[in-house]
Write a protein that binds this ligand. Structure first.
Ligand code: DHB
Ligand code: FE
Length: 286
């Protein structure tokens, strides 16, 4: 049976791709951020996941405002990246696992999540930057199921709905017959706002509250309605919905193994969190 080894939450700021290409890891601006990944590399080398389920938001590469699913699940043999216009290198394609994707889709629809099913899908920096950060040798030793959550066009799904989505995915992963070790990732955030009067807005205190509650008491975060969350975390801080879904998918007893928080990377409070999914009682069922 498939087993969930743990979860990683990480930012996906595009300029990280440029810093990697220009080997700026030791540069004073970048060092405090990149050094936060040493633990992640060691943990991944020890745990050796086979497959990664990644919750992310598309920024206009595959879905645009004309057609924007609230939740979409990839079921493709591979996922290409294309030039997104950020001036970052186009990455190579990400390997998919269609059989596992269809298993997750079946579980989600049985749980009454009416997802969009994508047998072709481009993935943007919200998938490729976290992969480049997690496996800097470019080995990318996992097959991937990308799950898109709309954090772009309102109305957005609630924090509670994203937690429930994650729980449904967690249950589906654990009912899969193959002996896979599965890593769950949520990308984006934490607080940031890219445009408008509050461009550059960051809220360290709220980010810390979100990271703390996400470990022990994710339900406590569901009290924030989306407009209130935007107020507290910035217009793009709602990418935290991807982190909520990731946390929901961790079915066991969850412990924080590592956290790095650095302000700013570009306009964003850049956070990296590793959580273990231990044996034992987890979140109550949805
Ligand atoms: C930035 C952050 C994002 O989440 C993103 O998708 C694009 C840009 C930034 O801070 O520059
Ligand atoms: Fe983003």
């Amino acid at each position: 049976m498939a087993r969930i080894i743990g979860g990683i939450g990480t930012t996906h700021v595009p300029s990280i791709g440029k810093a990697i290409a220009e080997k700026k890891h030791a540069d004073p601006y970048w060092k405090p951020f990149f050094s936060g990944f040493g633990y992640v590399h060691g943990w991944l080398a020890r745990e050796r996941p086979d497959t990664m389920v990644i919750f992310y938001n598309d920024h206009g590469l595959n879905f645009f405002l004309d057609k924007l699913p609230t939740f979409a699940v990839g079921a493709a043999p591979e996922y290409r990246n294309e030039d997104e216009g950020w001036g970052i290198p186009v990455s190579r394609a990400v390997a998919g696992d269609p059989d596992f994707s269809w298993h997750l889709i079946n579980g989600l629809v049985a749980d009454e999540f009416d997802v969009t099913m994508c047998q072709e899908m481009l993935v943007d920096h919200a998938v490729t930057i976290p992969m480049a950060l997690m496996w800097p040798d470019e080995s990318w030793p996992v097959k991937v199921v990308p799950i898109e959550i709309n954090t772009v066009q309102h109305p957005l799904p609630s924090l509670n709905r994203c937690l429930a989505l994650g729980r449904s995915v967690g249950r589906a992963i654990e009912s899969y017959q193959r002996d896979l070790k599965v890593l769950v990732v949520g990308t984006g955030g934490l607080s940031h706002q890219l445009d408008g009067e509050r461009a550059g807005f960051i809220n360290r205190e709220f980010d810390e509250l979100c990271m703390d509650r996400l470990i022990d008491q994710p339900e406590a975060l569901t009290r924030y309605a989306i407009p209130e969350f935007v107020e507290l975390a910035g217009a793009q801080g709602v990418e935290f919905l991807n982190w909520m879904a990731m946390r929901g998918a961790l079915t066991g007893s969850v412990r924080q193994l590592h956290r790095n928080y650095h302000i700013p990377i570009s306009n964003t409070a850049a956070a990296t969190v590793v959580m273990e999914n231990g044996p034992g009682a987890g979140l109550r069922a949805a």
